[in-house]
Design a binder for this molecule. Structure first.
Ligand code: CO
Length: 291
């Protein structure tokens, strides 16, 4: 007998238009208001434009401390560069998993003057014990992200964690991430259904970036509009049903940290004093220095 508990939509977070960096237009769902996050996910931005005026200014040199930034490109090219001298090209389908931890100063600049730029940036919190560890990052080319074909049509790209026995490139090979994230990019043809198991104690949300979908079992399902995040209730799995145009969805889940979150711009710590320290360190050129 099937005794799995279905997750349902506990809350919808609509995305709002905003801009960041030197003036990049984007839609922010998680993180669009103070306290509007899904522990340990702090922010989700989608940038999507065919108009270079919306993205050309890019994200010039800026700091981060206390968390991880995960950039997933769908279309276009960005070049990142950091204070350690790392550079890399973020192209279509690639991911950059950047653990800012103690501190990183980097830039992310478009490498095109025309055409479409589309992708996501997710902020994933770190536990107090890891906020001051050295910064690190991984560039994951599109070819390293496994694609699992679905029996009913469609496919799932496994960026982090595991799906149907396939592990994504970010999956505890190397140092395991305390938050143990699951990051899936789910493509469903019209009316297709998919059930995805999720650790019952983990926070989870679904974001529809193309098409739309119903979330939850038939009797309790709720529509997920495009470019909104559905925060899921507790349970062992989520059932997704694509709408008439099909759906492309991000599904994210992770172990919650249950720690205080104090954010000031690009710094996310546990206390006000730690934020003041970060601001002070940045001002004096010590943000990224070894402890
Ligand atoms: Co950044």
């Amino acid at each position: 007998m099937d005794s799995a508990t279905d997750r349902t939509v506990a809350r919808l977070i609509e995305s709002v238009p905003t801009s960041d960096g030197a003036g990049v237009s984007l839609r922010r769902s998680l993180g669009s208001q103070r306290g509007l996050y899904v522990d340990p996910f702090l922010m989700l931005d989608e940038f999507f434009s065919d108009d270079p005026d919306d993205y050309l200014a890019g994200f010039p040199s800026h700091p981060h401390r206390g968390f991880e930034t995960v950039t997933y490109m769908l279309d276009g090219h960005m070049r990142h560069q950091d204070h350690l001298g790392n550079t890399g090209d973020l192209g279509p389908g690639s991911v950059q998993w950047m653990t800012a931890a103690r501190g990183i100063i980097h830039s992310e600049m478009p490498q095109q003057t025309a055409g479409r730029m589309r992708g996501f940036q997710l902020w994933l919190n770190l536990p107090a014990s890891e906020k001051m560890k050295p910064a690190s990052y991984r560039d994951v080319p599109a070819s390293d992200i496994p694609v699992v074909p679905l029996a009913g049509g469609g496919e799932v790209k496994v960026i982090a964690g595991r799906f149907q026995g396939t592990a994504g490139p970010i999956n505890g090979a190397g140092p395991a991430l305390t938050t143990d994230p699951l990051y899936l990019d789910v493509h469903l043809p019209p009316h297709a259904e998919l059930s995805v198991p999720i650790e019952s104690s983990y926070s989870a949300f679904v974001y529809a970036y193309d098409g739309d979908a119903l979330i939850g079992p038939p009797a309790q399902s709720r529509p997920l509009p495009r470019r909104a995040a559905a925060v899921l209730s507790a349970g062992d799995r989520v059932r997704l049903t694509a709408g008439a145009e099909g759906a492309r969805l991000l599904l994210l889940a992770a172990r919650p940290l249950r720690e205080p979150v104090v954010q000031y711009g690009p710094f996310v710590m546990n206390t006000r004093e730690e934020i003041e320290q970060a601001v002070e360190d940045y001002r004096h050129g010590r943000l990224t220095a070894a402890a």
